[in-house]
Write a protein that binds this ligand. Structure first.
Ligand SMILES: N[C@@H](CCC(=O)N[C@@H](CS)C(=O)NCC(=O)O)C(=O)O
Length: 244
């Protein structure tokens, strides 16, 4: 079956990663759909990426909105006309197309555990990466140090939960890579540009080991960019017009 994934893409060269790292907004967006392609790669599911897709242009067009009414990427379309948006739903669907991959775990309980880690990472880590990113760039204003600290503390609590689990497990569920590992790696990579700085990496070393293990899988070479950690968590970047 032919599957098209409407998305942006990043190829994994160090130079590209460095260039992207200079633009927080771009990099946080681009990394989001890689984990769907990673799941497809592990499952042996071929996926086409429309080469000409232009983000913030094509997704506003009526033909795109007719397929994906929320107007966001990623969006998946199959040859029989099935359409799906929301990255977790898409990744689960792709993983389910390859049952032998073990991506969804080996039984119902493992599958529920895969979901547990995915939802924890999405709602208690990635949400705060986005909120902190928006706060420090002035997209959410006025900037408040107290709110910034609260977001960072909430994110840290979930990071610590993941790290503690990884202290005694190579992977999140069972003995092999599941969708939970790929998803968490993607979410943690997004934190490495904003909050996951040198002191945190020392504290959360199991999470660092897991991230490096997952993104360096040979099958993922052209999917994940190399990790480019911030040395110090990013602080408020006042909009240019405010700088005297
Ligand atoms: N919850 C959605 C979030 C998707 C999302 O925010 N996509 C962004 C870029 S990765 C987008 O398409 N934004 C376009 C817009 O805001 O108009 C998912 O996980 O798929």
């Amino acid at each position: 079956m032919s599957i098209t994934l409407w998305s942006t893409r990043v190829q994994g060269s160090g130079k590209t990663a460095r260039l992207l790292n200079s633009c927080l907004t771009v990099v946080l967006i681009l990394i989001m759909d890689g984990w769907i392609r990673a799941a497809a790669a592990l499952g042996g599911i071929p996926i086409e990426l429309p080469a000409a897709y232009k983000h913030y242009v094509d997704n506003t067009k009526p033909e795109f909105l007719a397929k994906f009414p929320h107007g966001k990427i990623p969006g998946l379309e199959t040859a029989d006309g099935f359409k799906l948006f929301e990255s977790v739903a898409i990744a689960r669907y792709v993983a389910a197309l390859a049952p032998d991959s073990g991506l969804l775990g080996k039984d119902l309980k493992e599958s529920a555990l895969v979901d547990q880690w995915i939802h924890l990472a999405e709602s208690e880590i990635d949400l705060y990466t986005s909120l902190i990113g928006n706060l420090i760039r002035g997209v959410i204003s006025p900037y408040s140090k107290a709110i910034h600290t609260t977001f960072a503390q909430r994110q840290l609590r979930a990071l610590q939960t993941l790290n503690t689990h990884l202290a005694s497990h190579t992977f999140f569920v069972g003995e092999r890579i599941t969708l939970a590992d790929i998803h968490v790696a993607m979410i943690i990579q997004r934190t490495t540009w904003v909050t996951f700085d040198a002191p945190l990496r020392k504290q959360l070393n199991h999470l660092v080991r897991h991230l490096e293990t997952i993104i360096n899988q040979p099958l993922f070479r052209d999917i994940f960019t190399p990790v480019a950690y911030v040395e110090k968590a990013l602080g408020y970047m006042p909009p240019k017009k405010d700088v005297k």
